[in-house]
Design a protein around this ligand. Structure first.
Ligand SMILES: Cc1cc2nc3c(=O)[nH]c(=O)nc-3n(C[C@H](O)[C@H](O)[C@H](O)COP(=O)(O)O)c2cc1C
Length: 143
């Protein structure tokens, strides 16, 4: 995906990769975002993807509708001592602004530079977030 730019969009339209990602969003009820932390926030490439997805779809529907009423969960991973916790906080605000329902559970994964987990309980905690997301998405789908 190119860096979002209004002039680019006006000249070239929404790129095919974005249209494909918008379609994936349209086909799914829940959204699990896992991001590293870059200088205290989530990554610029993640925000760029969200900005593109929010643009109008081929059928004219607003892309922001792809986030509205979607159940979402956020996780982070970083070799830093806080496991990228700050990247999660910012992402929550963005998703809520777009109308997503962000579940309260979250998880920050701290790992060692060799890739091993810093916390042996991490696997179980990650699964708790996944299970919480599926649970809320299923209950909303039934209502
Ligand atoms: C530009 C840059 C800024 C970063 N800033 C932070 C930071 O503020 N806090 C942190 O915990 N890790 C920081 N990191 C480490 C990244 O979170 C780490 O590279 C990432 O978890 C590795 O994920 P990857 O293997 O998917 O690239 C930074 C890394 C880069 C490249």
């Amino acid at each position: 995906m190119p860096l979002y730019d209004g002039d680019f969009e006006q000249t070239h339209g929404v790129p095919d990769n974005v249209k494909r990602l918008q379609q994936v969003f349209a086909e799914h009820a829940a959204l699990l975002i896992a991001s590293p932390e870059h200088n205290g926030g989530y990554t610029a490439s993640l925000k760029n993807a969200i900005d593109w997805i929010s643009r109008p779809r081929e059928n004219g529907d607003p892309g922001v509708r792809l986030f509205a009423s979607k159940v979402a969960a956020v996780m982070s991973a970083s070799p830093g001592p806080m496991g990228g916790l700050r990247s999660m906080l910012g992402m929550r605000g963005v998703l809520e602004k777009l109308g997503a329902v962000v579940i309260p559970q979250g998880f920050s994964l701290g790992f060692e530079k060799d890739g091993t987990l810093a916390d042996a309980k991490a696997d179980a905690e990650v699964r708790t977030v996944g299970a919480g997301l599926v649970d809320v998405a299923r209950r909303l789908a039934r209502s």
